[in-house]
Design a protein. Structure first.
Length: 263
């Protein structure tokens, strides 16, 4: 038995074992001893390295005929020699059990928390605190639709949009601004029928005024980059940019009458 361990097969097993321990635990625990931050390596990388080590070992043991014979000898003996019956039986039991365990491990249900369900359009509050005063949202429509010239509001809204919203929501209002790639969730595409087209203007007002930070719990957890515009824009500026968005995207805002009829 001892001779087997000192032979090429025994050495190979030892090398594989040491390599595994070093990769699985060494990388995670040794550098921190010297003050270097490191973490465990991913399983897929571990597998790659182990395959590399195994190939290295195979190259070594197949280097010449004698070495190869020596490498194979213990395996061959375990398979056929009457003396080694016990080893054989042990292998016949152990190998399937190990494979079974590995399979079980890979299909066993994980106890990690389920992915959280987030609501993209959480229910809006009935009233909000806008720039220090309370503002009713329920039933409110865009006040700019009934005063002044629509053309002027549109131009004002366009200015506000291009000065503030463009970098994220993009030129075509399709959520593809220069910075859009950097955000997850990405900026909403107002072309999409799933955004402003199905919302009332007061809902949109709330979202623009309060942004990502103003999302209620059911809208979280998600790291929305949408700024809270009440800190930068006046009420009229927000209403005008909303007007511009609907006009530009070619959508009609959802109206309160429709909502009432549904109930
Ligand atoms: C820094 C990037 C950024 C800027 C600038 C930005 N937004 Fe957003 N916006 C987002 C992101 C990201 C989302 C999607 C996540 C969310 O709903 O909060 C979003 C969502 C929205 C929504 C919600 C759409 C829906 O379907 O609920 C509206 C409305 C909106 N933005 C309007 C605006 C307006 C108007 C401006 C300019 C005054 C603006 N945004 C500027 C990043 C931005």
């Amino acid at each position: 038995m001892r001779k087997h361990f000192s032979g090429p097969l025994g050495k190979s097993v030892v090398i594989l074992g040491v390599a595994y321990l070093l990769l699985e635990f060494g990388i995670a625990y040794i550098p921190p001893l010297f003050g270097v931050d490191s973490g465990p390596i991913p399983d897929s990388v571990l597998l790659q390295y182990m395959v590399t080590v195994a190939i290295g070992i195979l190259l070594w043991v197949s280097f010449n005929e004698t070495l190869w014979e020596e490498f194979k000898a213990p395996l061959h003996a375990a398979m056929v020699e009457p003396r080694q019956r016990r080893t054989r039986v042990a292998l016949i039991v152990l190998v399937p059990v190990l494979v079974g365990l590995m399979t079980f491990n890979s299909v066993r249900p994980s106890i990690a928390a389920p992915p959280s369900l987030r609501s993209i359009h959480p229910a809006p509050p009935g009233q909000i605190d806008f720039q220090g005063r309370s503002m009713e949202l329920a039933g409110v429509e865009n006040p700019l639709r009934s005063v002044g010239s629509p053309e002027e509001h549109y131009l004002e809204g366009r200015r506000v949009y291009y000065q503030n919203c463009l970098p994220c929501h993009g030129d075509g209002l399709a959520g593809r601004g220069h910075y859009a790639q950097g955000f997850n969730p990405g900026p909403a595409s107002f072309q999409d029928v799933g955004t402003i087209a199905q919302l009332t203007e007061s809902y949109v007002f709330w979202r623009v005024a309060k942004g990502g930070p103003g999302l209620p719990n059911e809208g979280a957890p998600w790291n929305s980059a949408m700024p809270a515009w009440e800190d930068f824009l006046t009420e009229d500026e927000i209403w005008s940019v909303i007007l511009f968005m609907y006009e530009q995207a070619g959508h009609e805002p959802r109206t309160w009458e429709e909502e009432g009829e549904e109930h």
